[in-house]
Design a protein around this ligand. Structure first.
Ligand SMILES: [Zn+2]
Length: 295
């Protein structure tokens, strides 16, 4: 995959994607983050001695991603959400572009706010939060060292009956880093398949594709093409993915609204404020994931 076209894509998509564009790392790092992990796949035949059937462990790149993308699955009860990039930046770290967009004057305070928001969201989902304390792209220079996070994830995933990872739609390097760390950990823990959730709201930058919604999209707009291209750009093999579309029931929509509201510092910049949802209720119609074998 070429670096230049992707960077250009990220700079021309709607506002939520600006979050991605603001935090792009050196291009070669991004390339590396989406490479397959053959050595990890070797370990996929290891048994899962302590796995609990049905117990979901979900990996979230940032504080909000898994909960916003897979609220229905994560509300099953007893779910563990392991968030990779949760570190509070150094006291003298300048306020980041994204944090400024969301009205913050201090990235340190904003990250503390987000940690508190995540705790509230996990309470709503009756889920357990685990923070892996890596520094996210806007709070670091260069690539993250995900060795410790991957080790911790391997332990967590060894107890999982189901592993949920981001698919890295939208092109954010942290999402690809988290996914790939999760893939390594899942393989090392003996899993034979994972579920990749469609990163929300990035997946609906152009609305739900017709194959998700079941109705034709807008005139002169092919959201299915865009999503297929995103999957390829994320380094995924579409042929290996089995999609699962969840249509949210009224109670599930209500819960998702509450979860979104819990992440109040992020909602408006993600175009998920109450007025945004009132104007475009279809945003809450579905959640999308894929099953992917690790063999
Ligand atoms: Zn994110």
């Amino acid at each position: 995959m070429s670096v230049v076209p992707e960077a250009r894509e990220a700079s021309t998509v709607p506002v939520p994607e600006a979050r991605e564009a603001s935090t792009l790392p050196v291009p070669e790092a991004r390339e590396a983050s989406t490479l397959p992990v053959p050595e990890a796949r070797e370990a996929s035949t290891v048994p899962v001695p302590e796995a609990r059937e049905g117990h979901i462990v979900a990996v979230s790149p940032h504080l909000d991603d898994a909960a916003l993308s897979a609220s229905v699955a994560l509300s099953a009860g007893g779910v563990t959400v392991a968030t990779v990039f949760t570190a509070v930046p150094a006291a003298d770290w300048p306020v980041s572009w994204w944090d400024r967009l969301t009205g913050a004057t201090s990235s340190v305070q904003r990250q503390r706010d987000r940690l508190a928001e995540d705790a509230a969201a996990m309470t709503l989902l009756s889920a357990k939060a685990v923070h892996l304390d890596a520094a996210e792209a806007q709070y670091r220079g260069g690539d993250p060292d995900l060795g410790p996070a991957t080790e911790r994830l391997t332990d967590l995933l060894a107890e999982a009956g189901e592993v949920w990872l981001p698919s890295a739609i939208g092109g954010h390097p942290d999402h690809a880093f988290a996914r790939d760390a999760g893939l390594r950990a899942a393989a090392a823990a003996g899993h034979r398949q994972v579920r990749l959730y469609a990163d929300f709201p990035y997946v609906i930058a152009y609305g739900w594709p017709d194959w998700v919604s079941g109705v034709p999209g807008a005139t002169c707009l092919d959201a299915a093409f865009w999503l297929a291209e995103q999957i390829a750009a994320a380094g995924l093999d579409a042929a290996s993915l089995t999609p699962a579309v969840t249509r949210l029931s009224p109670p599930q929509r209500d819960l998702k609204k509450e979860v979104i509201a819990a992440y109040q510092s992020q909602a408006a910049a993600l175009k998920l404020a109450p007025e945004d949802l009132a104007a475009e209720p279809a945003k809450l119609d579905f959640e999308l994931a894929w099953r992917m074998p690790l063999t």
